[in-house]
Design a protein around this ligand. Sequence first.
Ligand SMILES: [Ca+2]
Ligand SMILES: [Ca+2]
Length: 482
Amino acid sequence: MRSLVFLVLLGAAFALDDDKIVGGYECQRHSQPWQVSLNVGYHFCGGSLVNNLWVVSAAHCYKSRIEVRLGEHHINVNENTEQFISSDRVIRHPQYNSGTIDNDIMLIKLSKPAELNAYVQPVALPTSCAPAGTMCLVSGWGNTMSSTADSNKLQCLQIPILSDRDCNNSYPGMITKSMFCAGYLEGGKDSCQGDSGGPVVCNNQLHGIVSWGYGCAERNRPGVYAKVCIFSQWLVQSAVMRSLVFLVLLGAAFALDDDKIVGGYECQRHSQPWQVSLNAGYHFCGGSLVNNLWVVSAAHCYKSRIEVRLGEHHITVSENTEQFISSDRVIRHPQYSSWNIDNDIMLIKLSKPAEINTYVQPVALPTSCAPAGTMCLVSGWGNTMSPTADSNKLQCLQIPILSDRDCNNSYPGMITNSMFCAGYLEGGKDSCQGDSGGPVVCNNQLQGIVSWGYGCAEKNHPGVYAKVCIFSQWLADTMNSN
Ligand SMILES: [Ca+2]
Ligand SMILES: [Ca+2]
């Protein structure tokens, strides 16, 4: 394994027999628009774009700085479809083992978003693991062992996923839970892996990453691939949460692209009198007053002590309508998961009752769940991506609740029962979430809490919200017993 993988690492520069697509064919140009070439002055590994900022590859392809080349077909010729983007950071799986090649997966964050077009498109992450027998397509610029096929042009190959039994028999004692085999046991043709780090796509989902194997096209030596489906949580934690939620936490103080109301408008003053700003010396999250003692927000906004600011419109100007009340206690949902952002709800008890008046009013909790298509209003002080809109003034945006199907398709494998999507799939406008923790109000009831999402106003990446209606019992019990 070591002799193979470390040689594979060197990639095309050394043109070894071990890293080839054999018996394949030149892919139709740009038919695999998620395929990227990792370059350090030469092509050395493949990878897969999974959204406009992140590429998945193999951990054994690690280098601290990588140029990611997207929109490629012929890697030695300029085709006017390429985007070359340097890495911002490269994250190997923390349990990657270079001895056993276990957990051979790595994330590369791009230094700027890729422009998505006909040549550059992300591939979906798997919603479940694919069974043996599933046909997949592996692609790469690994050499071809053929004097006629040109490995500077992207090569494609159809391969079936093999059973765990066949895989273990091929490599006794070497296959871990993070690996699967694919290819043809008879050898001789079509049984070789592509470039290390490159994609194995089955039913339009990224199921494998080219990892290792003995030789090439040898009998009983199929290719071994990293099993992407078991890494969903790690991918989410690393790619979604780190880039989005942990930055979102910092809120308006840092003015990041990830936490904005786009295409909205300045709310009519005090038209959302339940909206609060959570402050820790600066505004960092939104929340909703649900009675004179309790505020609902997102669990990922947790801090042990919070100043709740009610009656706000312009958060940096005194308007004589504000009440600033410190928290008495802050209670996250006990099943909140920072891994997949499940159950992202939190209660804040005020240290004294809010004075209810024209500017400060509670919002009703939901009496039932709202169906897809319901129009709602999301509000917050998240930035606006607009040079004219002032995000110090409360921003409002109308958004429809999306179907579970559209939501799951937008974020395969990542949507739990405690989440829903709302916004516009076409992207580009009106599809961005407001402040984390802030309200989504539909028919005068608090149905959602701003939770997470990829980027902002991006096509097919609507905002994801905590589904308040499923927490009615927890909310009632917690408020009664505290
Ligand atoms: Ca090219
Ligand atoms: Ca104010």
